[in-house]
Write a protein that binds this ligand. Structure first.
Ligand code: NAP
Length: 499
């Protein structure tokens, strides 16, 4: 292989810490070769940059045995000790940030500056949950009976399973593992097939941080076979999934058989509403950020941009100018703002969505639907004249395509924004506090950003309403997904009071 024609492979060969690059699965503290190897494809060149071991279903029992073996030791450690180990893991992630960012950009495609941002975002959840573990409080309850003392214990739920997507290959793992491990629960991770290398690199650093081998394990292989087998196991008590609503529904059905605790971070269809009194410049810039982060492949991405009639034309003109200046390119190039799509299907889906929208009356203001410079590239595109019934409004675009819809009635736009089965994030731009408060209350979404974008982080409860998910990650709530409540009542407390 000529390395110069394969920049991803070249970049991986130059990591400062080559030990981060691992083929095998990480099971019980050992690196395990599977039954075969699968190429890791750089979406910016379509060339293989590395390989990953593919485990068969027999790995499932082995993983669970290791997790079970280490469970009681891990959960009996003091929260402060678990926290110290999580903080060490975070420190090692930061120490290896440049290498981890390269790995993310090569396997996922996102621009390097965004990959660096993801590494810090990912590490921050470990620090957050290191502290939250010490605050996993039970409760003392006012008794409803005489001479009785009653209380709730918060205890680790047991072995957990994380199934993660390719758009944030590092942070979606740490956001789950931080909470699980802080609560005292071992976690088995099945990362997305497109982005196995970030997950394996995390396992290398987990081991270095002192996390016992059975407490954090990473396996690669056929998702449906491995996950179905894992979800059949009664020993796995919690499932945390981030990915599409379609796969989330399948997993919920499989988890029902053994009634597991399920935390689901699923698809979005975010409205971005620009009210008549909004600061136009700020709203346009925010729309750029809310749409084009992770090259549009973000569950929080602005999917339907509703602009008031009186601002519409000026908004579109400003937005088009900014979109035309976006630099599309290979993720490792420093000038790149929009990288390739991670999966081939997105390129085809985009072309179909835009074609259908145009056939139904939408207009392309800027951009084109086909651009293939040897990778899964999609040129940023701006559509106006979009209506709510078009497929591009009904489905998550998950690509750098902006879809602008008009409105002139404030109540009507909220109703239109809510007219979807998704309910993850919504954006509101307005200068009026009362419009901001009223709209925030009326929007049926788990997260509303008012005059803000890029708002997520450890203190915020991350999660959606309706078919966007169940449960919350991050914040003070995230650890609860890995805790069981136990009510304990003590009778005959006072010998002087008759029962
Ligand atoms: P996906 O296709 O649902 O895949 C997610 C994970 O599920 C991958 O690890 C995948 O493994 C696995 N999987 C696929 N089919 C499976 C099956 N039948 N049984 C068990 N596991 C299975 O989602 P994606 O395309 O990677 O990610 C994009 C989606 O994630 C978007 O809808 C986005 O909105 C959503 N997302 C949501 C959030 C949030 O917090 N709400 C955050 C990020 C992304 P393989 O890769 O091996 O197939």
């Amino acid at each position: 292989m000529n390395y110069t024609s394969n920049p991803g492979k070249l970049a991986l060969s130059k990591l400062h810490n080559p030990e981060l690059l691992v083929r095998e699965c990480y099971v019980g503290g050992e690196w395990v070769s599977g039954d075969g190897l699968k190429d890791v494809i750089d979406p910016g060149t379509l060339l293989s940059v590395f390989e990953t071991a593919q485990c068969g279903v027999d790995i499932v029992d082995i993983c669970i045995a290791h997790a079970e073996q280490s469970r009681s030791d891990w959960q009996s450690r003091l929260p402060v000790e678990r926290g110290l180990i999580l903080r060490k893991w975070a420190k090692l992630i930061r120490k290896n940030a440049d290498d981890l960012a390269v790995i993310i950009s090569v396997e996922q495609g996102k621009p390097l500056f965004e990959s660096k941002g993801e590494v810090e975002y990912g590490a921050s959840f470990l620090d957050w949950f290191a502290a939250e573990g010490e605050r996993a409080l039970g409760q003392s309850l006012p008794s409803h009976k005489p001479n009785m003392f009653t209380t709730n214990f918060a205890q680790p739920i047991g072995i957990s399973l994380a199934i993660t997507p390719w758009n944030f290959p590092l942070a979606m793992i740490t956001r789950k593992a931080g909470a699980a491990l802080a609560a005292g629960c071992p976690m088995i991770v099945k990362p997305a097939a497109e982005t196995p290398l970030s997950a394996s690199a995390l396992a290398v650093l987990a081991a270095e941080a002192g996390i016992p081998g059975g407490v954090f394990q990473v396996i690669h292989g056929d998702a449906s076979t491995l996950c179905a087998a894992l979800l059949k196991h009664p020993e796995i008590r919690a499932l945390s999934f981030t990915g599409s609503t379609r796969v989330g529904q399948i997993l919920l059905e499989q988890a029902a058989g053994t009634v597991k605790r399920c935390s689901m971070e699923l698809g979005g269809n975010a409205p971005f509403i620009v009210f008549e009194d909004a600061n136009l410049e700020q709203a346009v810039q925010a729309c750029m950020e809310a749409k084009f982060a992770t090259s549009g492949q973000d569950c929080l991405a602005a999917n339907r941009v509703y602009v008031h009639d009186n601002l519409h034309d000026e908004f579109v003109a400003l937005l088009a100018g900014k979109i035309e200046n976006l630099q599309v390119g290979y993720g490792l190039n420093v000038s790149t703002q929009i990288g390739p799509m991670t999966v081939a299907g997105t390129v085809i889906k985009c072309a179909e969505m835009v074609r259908d929208a145009v056939q139904e009356g939408a207009v392309i203001v800027t951009g084109e639907t086909s651009k293939n410079d040897g990778g899964y590239f999609v040129t940023p595109l701006l559509l106006t004249g979009v209506t709510d019934d078009m497929k591009i409004s009904r489905e998550e675009i998950f690509a750098p395509i902006v879809s602008v819809l008009r409105f002139n009635d404030v109540c009507d736009v909220i109703q239109r924004a809510n007219d979807t089965e998704m309910g993850l994030a919504a954006y509101v731009y307005t200068a009026s506090m009362s419009t901001a408060l009223w709209a925030s209350e009326a929007l049926e979404y788990g997260m509303v950003a008012v005059n803000a974008y890029s708002f997520t982080g450890p203190p915020l409860p991350f999660g959606g309403w309706k078919q966007s998910g169940l449960g919350r990650e991050g914040s003070t709530l995230g650890i609860n997904e890995y805790l069981e409540n136990k009510n304990v009542s003590f009778g005959g407390i006072c010998p002087h009071i008759p029962d």
